[in-house]
Design a protein around this ligand. Structure first.
Ligand code: HEC
Length: 110
């Protein structure tokens, strides 16, 4: 009986480990967002997104919905007044599924 119980305990511990690895926490999402932000955005936006960059505006106060349209499609949601009237920023179609991580990272400042 004790043997059986210890097998069960080991099984449960392993199960917890596997779970901890597969469900991403906010922290891992933020880390991934940081990687993507540095790789794709800081040549124009500031490495500190609460400040303006060489070409792009600060991004900290931009709502999440704007990221979802501007980053992959180059568009703004209806009714939103863009911070800049220029159309310099390229589209990042390949980042469409990663916008939430970029936003989480940007919001992790302050
Ligand atoms: C080539 C320079 C450049 C790169 C690279 C770039 N941006 Fe931009 N971004 C701009 C400029 C300039 C604007 C102002 C509007 C325009 O000209 O397109 C802007 C505007 C934005 C806006 C709209 C802000 C607002 O509230 O009006 C968001 C959101 C944004 N950028 C996010 C990003 C993210 C996230 C990345 C990286 C995946 C990125 N940008 C990469 C130059 C860039």
């Amino acid at each position: 009986m004790i043997k059986l119980l210890s097998i069960l305990v080991v099984f449960l511990m392993l199960h917890q480990c596997v779970k901890a690895q597969t469900i991403p926490t906010d922290k891992t999402l933020i880390q991934e967002g940081k990687r993507l932000y540095i790789a794709n955005c800081i040549r124009c936006h500031n490495a500190n997104p609460t400040l303006p960059g060489v070409l792009g505006p600060e991004l900290y106060t931009t709502p999440e919905a704007v990221f979802h349209t501007k980053v992959p499609h180059g568009k703004y949601p209806a009714g939103y007044t863009p911070k800049r009237k220029t159309r310099v920023m390229p589209k990042f179609k390949h980042l469409e599924k990663h916008v939430d991580k970029l936003y989480l990272y940007i919001q992790s400042f302050k």
